[in-house]
Design a protein around this ligand. Structure first.
Ligand code: FAD
Ligand code: NAD
Length: 514
């Protein structure tokens, strides 16, 4: 929502640094009971609990980008679920640290005898996955090469992935048996830093984490091999010293846990800025190099989070990696795609995050998270017509998507992009889009300008029902279509509403959001 002047995130950061007592407790931390929390449920006295910590958000009301009414939905209660639904990635711990009132008081709980084997039926039916945050602790077996038959049987029953390792004189190979068909290298994220190995395997909406302090040093370059049909993941480490290892190492936090991806915190690694090139007057391509010991491939339509410390507060914002160009001869992801991330970012002179990003020099580092997103390649596998509605930098998810479908989707007959911008100078990769349309007869692009500088340069206007009804037309009766929408929130919301009114089903419309 539009905020009052002087109520930007930067203004909030300034207020938190001013020394003002924002909790009303003069720096004291207290234990808060549910009854006490419920008493603070008014706009001028509002406490909210997130993940067991209670914050007095009364002063933050006017600064909340979603407006005070949104914040009031959680007033006097546990707002964790609401927070996670809307913006799980926002670093509230850092932004609200001066508002911390204390911890929720623990309620005495009746002793429970529940164990893995006595889980109630509905919990077992979670496809073998343990309930939220419940860690399957396999650490007793995990650091020796073999596991017991009993453990294996339990894991197979529960369909929880497991792992093993073996070694030669020069190599240590860690093998993860995910038992998930169709595993690919985008579903495995590997980081090795300061002797710590972290492997996150994404299985549908769940994450299996291997997190180990290795017994001995290994070299920087790590190889990842995946046997797609059986879901076996191999991580090959090169020993620095060719000595036999008796153990793989020591388990670290959340090692061998199998939980919902949304319950796993974001993991960051430092990436080096390699180049910065102009796309338009205000938008640049930032090329970031991943550490050699990281394996991270961002799937089509997914985004990552960048993290910077601005005025002493950690700020996190999402960005969608693009390919280095629109290629009509795009085949497999290039080697570059697995070692670099390319981001197309618009710099807002009055923005909080992007001016800082623009100040980065070549060779500087920035923290980049694992990727997230709801788009699935299966949505386009047998597609016949694809329609893309992009506004401004909402074009970014369309880049990899275009490259992917034009190369990999045999059934595709038409791809049409309607690209909304303020002026002709704002159009991203106009030349490349026009070239692509000339080269590939399936592809068509239309530019719609909301504030054209000259008369007669393409269509004028904003997203509307009449524009969409003219643009979205099946190439044949009952053809399988998908319409993707991305841009400023009001643009996306209006687009979805117009499409719904025009009779398109939920499955036929995808919007890119965080
Ligand atoms: P902000 O501080 O957010 O300000 C942006 C502009 O809005 C400024 O002009 C500011 O003055 C104005 N403004 C801010 N708050 C208000 C307010 N309350 N009322 C009125 N005006 C206000 N961006 C890209 O460039 N490339 C991408 O690939 C990309 N991918 C994204 C992916 C996802 C899933 C999402 C959700 C967003 C993505 N974005 C992308 C947007 C990006 O995350 C940031 O929002 C953007 O870079 C702005 O950041 P900022 O902090 O510099 O600007
Ligand atoms: P912009 O302000 O330059 O506007 C581009 C066009 O969007 C305008 O010409 C207009 O046609 C349309 N538009 C803008 N405001 C509108 C409104 N209120 N109602 C209807 N149409 C409107 O755009 P920008 O500065 O490049 O911003 C791009 C937006 O896309 C940002 O909000 C960013 O967060 C979002 N984005 C989202 C993702 C994602 O994956 N979800 C990815 C990239 C960008």
């Amino acid at each position: 929502v539009p905020l009052k002047p002087g109520r930007s995130l930067m203004d909030w950061i300034r207020l938190t640094k001013s020394g003002k007592d924002l909790t009303g407790l003069k720096g004291r931390l207290i234990e808060v009971t549910e009854e006490e929390l419920a008493k603070h449920s008014k706009k001028d006295d509002c406490w909210i609990c997130i993940r067991g910590l209670v914050y007095n958000v009364t002063s933050y009301m006017e600064y909340h980008p979603g407006g005070d009414d949104e914040l009031m939905r959680a007033a006097g209660t546990d707002g964790t679920d609401l927070f996670d639904q809307v913006h799980r990635w926002v670093n509230y711990e850092s932004m609200l640290k001066e508002c911390l009132v204390g911890r929720m008081a623990l309620k005495p709980v009746a002793a429970t005898t529940e164990t893995c084997c006595t889980l109630p039926e509905e919990k077992k039916l979670l496809n073998g996955m343990l309930p939220k945050n419940k860690v399957l602790d396999t650490s007793s077996k995990d650091l020796t090469p073999r596991e017991t038959h009993a453990q294996l049987t339990l894991n197979v029953l529960l369909e929880v992935p497991h792992y093993d390792w073996f070694q030669t004189d020069h190599l240590v190979t860690v093998v993860i048996y995910t038992k998930q068909k169709g595993m690919n290298s985008e579903m495995v994220i590997v980081d090795h830093q300061d002797g710590r190995l972290r492997v996150d395997s994404i299985l549908r909406d769940y994450s299996y984490l291997l997190h180990i302090e290795l017994s001995y040093a290994v070299q920087e370059d790590i190889a990842v091999h995946i046997a797609e049909k059986v879901g076996k993941v191999e991580i090959v480490l090169k020993k620095k010293d060719n000595i036999p290892w008796s153990k793989l190492g020591q388990p670290l936090e959340s090692h061998s846990s199998f939980i919902k991806c949304t319950d796993r915190g974001l993991c960051y690694r430092r990436c080096k800025l390699i180049s910065k090139t102009e796309v338009t007057h205000d938008t640049k391509l930032f090329c970031l190099m991943l550490p050699r010991s990281t394996h991270l491939q961002v799937p089509v339509g997914h985004h990552v989070y960048l993290k910077q410390i601005i005025a002493g507060t950690e700020i996190v914002k999402p960005y969608t990696p693009v390919s280095c160009s629109l290629k009509s001869d795009f085949k497999e992801p290039s080697h570059h795609d697995s070692t670099h991330l390319i981001l197309m970012i618009k710099i807002y002179p009055n923005g909080l995050f992007t001016p800082e990003l623009d100040h980065l020099q070549i060779g500087d580092y920035i923290s980049v998270s694992n990727s997230e997103g709801s788009f699935k390649k299966s949505q386009v596998q047998t597609l016949e017509d694809l329609f893309l509605l992009a506004a401004g930098t909402g074009f970014t998810p369309m880049v990899k998507l275009l490259n992917y479908v034009l190369t990999n989707v045999c059934s595709l007959r038409t791809v049409k992009l309607m690209f909304f911008n303020k002026t002709e100078d704002d159009i991203l990769w106009r030349n490349q889009l026009e070239q692509l349309a000339l080269k590939d007869k399936r592809f068509e692009v239309q530019f719609i300008l909301s504030e054209p500088k000259k008369e007669g340069t393409g269509k004028q206007g904003k997203i509307s029902s009449s524009l969409l009804s003219e643009f979205v037309k099946r190439s044949k009766k009952d053809s399988k279509i998908l319409i993707c929408v991305c841009g400023p929130a009001p643009f996306t919301e209006q687009g979805i509403q117009f499409l719904q009114d025009l009779g398109y089903s939920k499955e036929e419309v995808h919007s890119f959001t965080a």
